[in-house]
Design a protein around this ligand. Sequence first.
Ligand code: C5P
Length: 305
Amino acid sequence: MTRAVSVTAPAKINLSLGVGPRRDDGFHPLATVYQAIGLYDEVSVVQADEVSVEVRAHDRLPAGDVPTDARNIAVAAARLLAEHHGVERGARIVIDKRIPVAGGMAGGSADAAATLVACDRLWDLGSTRDELAGLAARLGSDVPFALVGGTAIGSGRGEVVTPLMTLGSYWWVVLESPRGLSTPAVYRELDAMRESSEVGPPEIPDALLKALRGHDVADLGAALSNDLQPAALRLRPELQEALAVGLAHSAHGAVVSGSGPSCLFLCEARSQAVQVADGLAGSGLGPVSFAPGPVHGARVVAKEA
Ligand code: C5P
């Protein structure tokens, strides 16, 4: 039986994020284009009597807020998988965090997706992709996408994922914030801002799909959109300046990532990403990194039998 498995799962960004009116269950209908970028959390699991988790954060990441008890989404993922198969299993889960915590890049969802894949292998359960996707959807809106990666359309509350076949690849500069933002708080802010207006169903801009099909980086930069951005900017006005600084340093587009506060800057090539990252780093706004996209979803990287 396999005794140790390591799985990486990528950060997600939203090239467009259309948010409809709040549903009765508290979630919002989404029409989004997801892309997985080359910034990964790594989840390693070994056999143990109970399910437990340890979070190892890199220096630049304030991961102190990540719970290490049953509230940790990786613990929930392992337990849900065992329960689904009607088995009692334990695992010691170690998460190596590189994706910003509470940064609007679905780091927790990546951990959940990686844990599902890792424990499935560790425990020799042989779940199908559909089974894992179903469990992922119960864990969180962004978890199914973290399983598949690439570029995909998300609908429902984000959990219905349809892969998009696109040829282009890009580089993304990521500006992190020293403090994360709560996703529910950003949605609440959006609801408050929209109180007196009629909100239609969410849409994916045609211009974005066209730019992706033609892999035109300038058009793609112009078509990036995020309905949560005004709410994130209300809660963190300083992000407005950050977006402007990246554009001034030649990025093709700038947008808040998901519910924020991470900001994303679109580049054509690695050399341009270095230039934009240098410009942002010089302004002292926060930690800066860059990564290619699209990349694959959760994937086994090491296995010790
Ligand atoms: O699904 P997930 O657990 O990631 O969602 C976290 C929170 O974000 C939800 O409790 C809800 O407040 C908000 N959310 C939402 N509509 C969505 C996705 C998330 O309102 N489509």
